[in-house]
Design a protein around this ligand. Structure first.
Ligand SMILES: [Zn+2]
Length: 187
């Protein structure tokens, strides 16, 4: 169940920087990173605004944000202030920080999430079955602070493998984390 994923971007490889992997601290929102960040220059492939994002495995679409309300400066301030004063990022704030998203359910409690998307594939609808490799959206920077502060920067794909109510690799030390992720992306 936790193997056989393909890279969500053509030609991409798993980044090695701990900061781009699950469990990395995210001080700006007093939180922890729950996915893998695919950035240009750090993941083997060219990645920029509009780069196609593909389903990592066959499944059923359970979320497709065709309508997305961009962060405003006021909302960003409020979310950051709240996170800092709580000392953690709550679920609502986390959801806003992921921006425009697609989620795919693979069964057995495994769901993949694709975040910060610039757009969602036009024909994608909740309830629809997708095949591995099918284009489901396009790389953007939605939900990042830079969406507000520096709109032409920060284009990357944030990709999560959810397992039950947690995320793959939660709490694992770096070497074990990388092993688990490599296994996930192997046949
Ligand atoms: Zn991320």
């Amino acid at each position: 169940m936790l193997t056989g994923f393909r890279m969500p971007i053509d030609g991409a490889c798993l980044p090695t920087s701990p900061n781009l992997l699950p469990n990395a601290p995210r001080p700006y929102r007093a939180g922890v990173h729950e996915g893998v960040d695919f950035y240009d220059g750090f993941a083997c492939a060219h990645i920029g605004k509009g780069t196609p994002v593909r389903a990592a495995k066959a499944g059923v679409v359970v979320r497709a944000d065709h309508d997305y309300r961009p962060l405003t400066p006021q909302e960003l301030d409020e979310l950051l202030r709240r996170s800092q004063s709580q000392g953690y990022t709550d679920e609502q704030a986390l959801d806003r920080f992921r921006g425009r998203q697609v989620w795919i359910d693979h069964g057995g409690g495994v769901v993949t999430r694709y975040a910060h998307l610039d757009g969602v594939a036009a024909d994608l609808q909740v309830g629809m079955r997708v095949e591995a490799g099918q284009v489901i959206g396009y790389v953007g920077n939605t939900g990042t602070p830079q969406e507000v502060t520096a709109p032409d920067t920060e284009f990357h794909l944030h990709f999560e493998i959810r397992v039950g109510d947690s995320y793959l690799g939660k709490g694992l030390p770096y070497d074990e984390l990388v092993a688990v992720l490599r296994r996930a992306f192997s046949p």
